[in-house]
Design a protein. Structure first.
Length: 84
């Protein structure tokens, strides 16, 4: 199990595009959206996708200027579930 929180900064004119792209990523939840280009997110492991891989996708997403990791927690107890 892995869960992380982060702040995502985007081009303010592309908030709707980024919000739609975030909705497509498994394990991503938006907790705050100031409609000014800043999001507060959590990402967590889901079967078949690790949160670290999702974090890299966020950093490479169109219109994302910065993705800053704020907090991260890991527990290996459920690691086998992710690999299935």
């Amino acid at each position: 199990m892995d869960i992380s929180s982060l702040v995502l900064g985007t081009n303010p004119g592309k908030v709707a595009n980024v919000r739609a792209a975030l909705a497509e990523l498994p394990g991503v939840e938006i907790h705050a959206d100031g409609n000014n280009g800043h999001f507060v997110l959590t990402i967590e492991d889901v079967p078949g996708t690790r949160s670290g891989d999702t974090f890299v996708k966020l950093q490479q997403m169109d219109h994302v200027l910065i993705a800053s990791l704020i907090y991260q927690y890991s527990d290996d107890a459920h690691l086998e579930e992710l690999d299935s």
